[in-house]
Design a protein around this ligand. Structure first.
Ligand code: SF4
Length: 119
């Protein structure tokens, strides 16, 4: 499995702040997994929240069953700030916005801008 294209949130990235708080990423300051001075990093890495995002079980559809989940997973921080739900489908995803996989394959040409986040 190549994780290089997936959102690194809790996969290949954790953020540790000066007070020892462990976050899934720099932009997820509202989701503290624990404190490095109280728990081991490996325990926090295998927390139910991070495992549930990595294996998709906590994610809402269509992300949970998405063909691209292991290589994408959506941006959890952006999703939270747009929906107040860490595990919702990423609102900026073209699939979530209603495009078909066939349309996404030709990305970014000929796609309606409102469906691809305005780009
Ligand atoms: S639905 Fe979109 S955001 Fe969610 S995993 Fe699939 S491609 Fe990524």
């Amino acid at each position: 499995m190549d994780l290089s294209t997936a959102c690194p949130w809790g996969r290949t990235n954790l953020t540790i702040t000066a007070d020892g708080s462990v976050l899934p990423c720099l932009y997820s300051r509202d989701l503290c997994l624990g404190n490095i001075f109280e728990q081991s990093l490996i325990v926090l890495y295998h927390s139910s929240v991070l495992e549930g995002v990595r294996n998709g079980s906590l994610l809402a559809e269509p992300c949970r069953s998405c063909l691209y989940r292991e290589f994408c997973g959506g941006c959890r921080a952006r999703t939270y700030y747009l929906t107040e739900d860490w595990f919702a489908a990423d609102p900026w995803c073209p699939l979530v916005r209603g495009l078909t996989e066939e349309q996404v394959r030709v990305f970014p040409s000929n796609l309606p801008k409102e469906k691809v986040g305005g780009y």
